[in-house]
Write a protein that binds this ligand. Structure first.
Ligand SMILES: O=C(CO)COP(=O)(O)O
Length: 125
């Protein structure tokens, strides 16, 4: 499967910890990330991560293009609901495309746990 992983700055620590807690599962999948998130995750987990531009510089849109081309199976996007983002329109566009293409999208750790548990239990198989 192909997973997109993204975190706003205040949530990067939580995403890295989450991936470390589920390292076996994440290591089975192809990972795409926005720039800074991808750098942190690859450095701190040792996983291979395909990195795009940083979110504010177009990374969310690049991941959106993957979604539109049906190249993403699930998105883990740890959003910061308490900080205004200069690229909020890009974030909204990515969320919209996940709805257009029915791609599971976890925007917080609780939902992320539900989604990764699904894959850990074999997904649809
Ligand atoms: O801003 C982001 C998502 O909207 C994340 O981008 P970075 O991973 O480059 O910090």
């Amino acid at each position: 499967m192909k997973f997109a992983i993204i975190a706003h700055d205040q949530k990067k620590e939580a995403l890295v910890r989450f991936i470390q807690d589920h390292l076996d599962e994440f290591s089975k999948h192809t990972l795409y990330a926005t720039g800074t998130t991808g750098l942190r995750v690859s450095t701190e987990t040792g996983l291979t991560v395909h990195r795009f531009k940083s979110g504010p510089l177009g990374g969310d849109q690049e991941i959106g293009a993957l979604v539109a081309n049906k190249e993403v199976d699930a998105i883990f996007f740890f959003r910061d609901p308490l900080t205004a983002q200069p690229h909020e329109p890009d974030v909204s566009a990515l969320l919209r495309l996940s709805d257009v293409y029915d791609v599971p999208l976890a925007t917080n750790e609780g939902t992320a746990l539900a989604v990764i548990t699904y894959y850990e239990n074999g997904g649809l198989s």
